[in-house]
Design a protein around this ligand. Sequence first.
Ligand code: ZN
Length: 85
Amino acid sequence: MESYWLCNDCMQAVAYDDFCTLSLYYSEAEVERRITAMCTALQALLPLSADFDPHTHTGSEACSSHPCDACCSALHGARHRFTRL
Ligand SMILES: [Zn+2]
């Protein structure tokens, strides 16, 4: 099975269908653009299954320089592992 490492924003979008974290960082127009880009990227990867444990942090990296596999964000930060079903 293929694994993908997704940034926090994409993780929220996949796991909770929630884009509200985006609005904390971007203007409204930027949020729209980023959601569109993320949805397109995520659609290509779906179906994905979360493969990390928020309690033990297995499958999560707190600070990774690996670009997000969905939105290609190269910003350093948390990455969470997902497996393609
Ligand atoms: Zn991402």
